[in-house]
Design a protein. Structure first.
Length: 411
């Protein structure tokens, strides 16, 4: 081995040793038991906390040293760690999510601006970039999503009956969520509705069943194809038009504008354009209803330019807003103001748990679609990671009603 290679190896070893110390310091901040192949452990006694089984500690420390932000999730996919026996993956991740803001020691956090990778420019949500970002997630396979979603094909937080959170059918809870948005926007027979982000047509179908006339725009060719099939099967195609169209290019005037968990894919620099498009499409006296995943404004400010595991492996170009950010953008760039808010954070945790259960139960069918074990572990981690975010209240999700200032802010 050359002197240069030896020096590089020595630096990698030193970095791994530092990473091990950082991992141990972080472990002291969470109520998790770390177990190692040699029988040693960090943290609480067995049975007192979730167990993280480190199968390949040295590989994990080297990965952590090389790319701290990506290391934890990528190490799970690589099999370097796993939940211990009788530990659910989301249960294990909740303590980490609860301490995410201060999990890493303060001296290391102060280096965030130096060591964090910034969001790649190619993931920016220009018209071309937005099409690419949406296709990367939503155009993988309609059959994939059908394998773990409910029959309504709804891919956003449900709204459960809190008296039957664990037993209510997911489809019933999803339809309640859709009805909540439609009610916020006052959608009835004859209402002209614009939907930004079609999904697989579940909201458009529900609105048309009320007698509304719906224009729904999406950038996903796969979603549009299946949504149109579902709408035609229900003989609602005279009331619903699904269009492959960027929200920035929508024309026309509508009595109601609705959008469910679309803002997260818009990108912060385009939030003003998103709300201006909504404002510009709204008829006098109309109402807007959106469902948005939210984080605290402090966390948004700390992470807004940071490139993370979710960006790399699940949602390129995604940025979760804060409530303050939405209110600030609306005040600065539109005549819209938030008039009502409904919280569904705990409902999203339950939704994600249901999806992960169905995903794992139906893995044999998903594998037949051509997806490999790495994909399975990536999506298991994604669904559990998000569930932990909502359970720990690091994230929440809200249904918001907005109205123009000039139309008054009453209900």
């Amino acid at each position: 081995m050359s002197a240069k290679s030896l020096l590089s190896e020595s630096r990698a070893d030193l970095a791994a040793q530092v990473a091990r110390q950082i991992a141990r310091l972080a472990a002291r901040r969470v109520d998790v038991r770390f177990e190692f192949p040699d029988g040693s452990a960090w943290g609480p006694e067995r049975g007192a906390a979730p167990v993280l089984a480190l199968h390949s500690p040295e590989a994990f420390y080297r990965r952590l040293a090389a790319d701290g932000k990506m290391a934890f999730g990528e190490a799970y996919v690589a099999g370097e760690w796993a939940p211990g026996h009788d530990t659910d993956l989301a249960d294990l991740l909740v303590p980490f999510a609860a301490r995410l803001a201060d999990l890493v020691p303060a001296p290391v956090r102060r280096l965030r601006g130096v060591i964090d990778r910034r969001l790649p420019r190619h993931t920016a949500n220009t018209r071309e970039g937005a099409r690419s970002n949406i296709a990367a997630h939503y155009d993988m396979s309609n059959d994939l999503f059908a394998a773990f979603l409910d029959p309504s094909m709804t891919y956003s937080s449900a709204w459960f009956d809190e008296r039957a959170m664990n037993s209510e059918p997911l489809e019933a809870a999803q339809l309640r969520k859709i009805d909540g948005i439609l009610d916020f926007a006052r959608v009835t027979a004859g209402t002209r509705v614009l939907e930004i982000g079609s999904g697989w047509g579940s909201l458009a179908i529900r609105a048309a069943e009320r007698g509304a006339r719906v224009t729904s725009v999406t950038l996903s060719a796969e979603q549009a194809e299946l949504a149109n099939e579902r709408i035609k099967d229900r003989r609602l195609d005279d009331l619903v038009s699904i269009e492959l169209c960027d929200y920035r290019d929508v024309a026309g005037e509508f009595d109601a504008v609705v959008s469910i968990e679309m803002i997260e894919a818009v990108g912060e620099e385009y939030w003003p354009a998103y709300f201006r498009a909504i404002d510009g499409a709204l008829a006098p006296g109309g109402r807007v209803a959106i469902q948005a995943i939210l984080m605290s404004h402090q966390r948004l400010e700390e992470t807004r330019d940071s490139y993370g595991w979710i960006h790399k492996h699940i949602f390129p170009g995604g940025v979760i807003p804060s409530m303050q950010a939405i209110e600030d953008v609306c005040a600065a760039d539109t005549s819209l103001r938030v008039t009502d808010r409904r919280e569904l954070g705990v409902h999203y945790a339950q939704t994600l748990r249901r999806w992960r259960g169905r995903f794992c139960d139906n893995w044999p069918a998903i594998r037949e679609l051509g997806f490999d074990t790495a994909f399975r572990r990536t999506w298991e981690f994604y669904l559990a990671y998000c569930e932990a975010g909502f359970r720990s209240r690091y994230l929440t999700v809200s249904q918001l009603r907005l109205a123009r200032v000039t139309d008054g802010l009453g209900r």
